[in-house]
Design a protein. Sequence first.
Length: 467
Amino acid sequence: MSEAVIRPVTTTGPGLLASLDPLLRDWLPRQRWFAGKGRPVAGFSLVASTELLPVGGKLGLYHLLVQVHQPPTPAPGTGTAPAPGDCYQLLIGVREALPPRLAPALIGHVTEGPLAGHTVYEALYDPRPAEVLLEALRTQARIGGLRFEREPHQEIRSGLVSRAVTAEQSNSSVIYGDTFILKLLRRIVPGVNPDLELPLALAREGCPRVPAPTAWMGAELAGQSYVLGVLQPYVQGATDGWELALRELAKGEDFGADARALGRATAEVHTALARALPTVTLGHTQLRSMVDGMLGRLDLAAQAVPALRPYVPGLRSAFEALADLASEGQTWTAQRVHGDLHLGQCLRSPTGEWSLIDFEGEPARPLAERRMPQPAVRDIAGMLRSFDYAAHSVQLSVPGWAEHCRAAYCSGYAEISGRDPRTDPVLLRALETDKAVYEVVYEARHRPDWLPVPLSAIRRLASNRPT
Ligand SMILES: Nc1ncnc2c1ncn2[C@@H]1O[C@H](COP(=O)(O)OP(=O)(O)O)[C@@H](O)[C@H]1O
Ligand SMILES: O=P(O)(O)O[C@H]1O[C@H](CO)[C@@H](O[C@H]2O[C@H](CO)[C@@H](O)[C@H](O)[C@H]2O)[C@H](O)[C@H]1O
């Protein structure tokens, strides 16, 4: 299909950002997806702007890439704090007045500059702007620096009605007619994004455990390419694993069969990834640098979260035990992995089929690190941590629930891959520890009330107690 240009680009001058500046300073830090929380916003630079609907009509629409200037993190080593100057993707609607249904999307009323007298708002919540994006994907448009691409044999019907996903997310998503879901990435970085790269590789490998990307949007800026969003089929009527697990727990019911099926699904994805993309052998040198990475993250985390400090020696020993095995000559295979696997990233369809989503990896880690081959056990460790989270999140504790899920999940994994992760306890403990350390920092930054959940695992892992 030939590429269609729906509208020539209009590049706006610096006045646009100046007029939005005071509103963005207030609005941006309140967004769930804003990664620079806890540090003041010193200012903005416009990286790129594209007028998608002309301002001056009833509804104007800007696509903006905005660099946010923040001073470095005050306390050294919050571990996951982004470097100053993170770039965010914004879709800004411009109207003279906002209809009441769009009130929750309000960014503010502009008083100065080229948009003075207008109201600006988060346009993803508005069906018309969302339709503009879908139409651009459908027609493989190029609009200014924005490129919209589609898998050659995939069709997108026009006129699908949109609704925004309101759940807490690291990015922002829109559902079109229960047929597609578009994820707009918020903090954007140059390079190949694993959230597109891995599902595409899996789809081309014929793996049915991941919704196959239908289309995507990106940009070329100063010679570098950026992935800005991915459209994929919407799994209708799906429930995510976190919700399911909590539901079963609350009823005191068994999650073992689902955990086993999830283990099988994870192994199917790992097997397909190992076929589709290069694998490497991790010997002593590579393991040493992996362990050094874990130790470094632990140090940063302990600086940022004092509650972690008493456990540092025990946690270090979990990592050093792995390095010791490597110095005795043991090797491991590494491959591309999901990178942030947890129950919330697993969708169960009404027919009981599991799909894995969100291959972005841990959002705070540098892209290059997220794309490095890892032992597949890293994902397994993530899921085991998730069973533990679920068990700690309900009022009524069900003794042995997390342990039962762990066993079922590992057995399911072994059924497909031929490798039971429990036969590699030192690696599993090290990777669970690394994940729990990440979670401590994540919770301290985003959900302090949840901090006791990873901290209880930290106590167990530091003393090398079994679950
Ligand atoms: N293909 C899909 N089908 C149905 N729901 C989906 C699909 N992809 C994502 N979702 C829903 O959207 C939510 C956010 O998606 P996710 O990829 O995890 O975004 P984020 O990176 O912002 O966390 C998921 O928790 C899930 O509920
Ligand atoms: O889903 P995201 O990619 O945004 O992942 C981040 O947020 C997760 C929480 O929403 C966080 O997951 C942690 O909490 C979950 C329960 O809410 C639990 O199931 C996970 O095991 C636990 O790690 C994830 O770490 C973070 O990267």
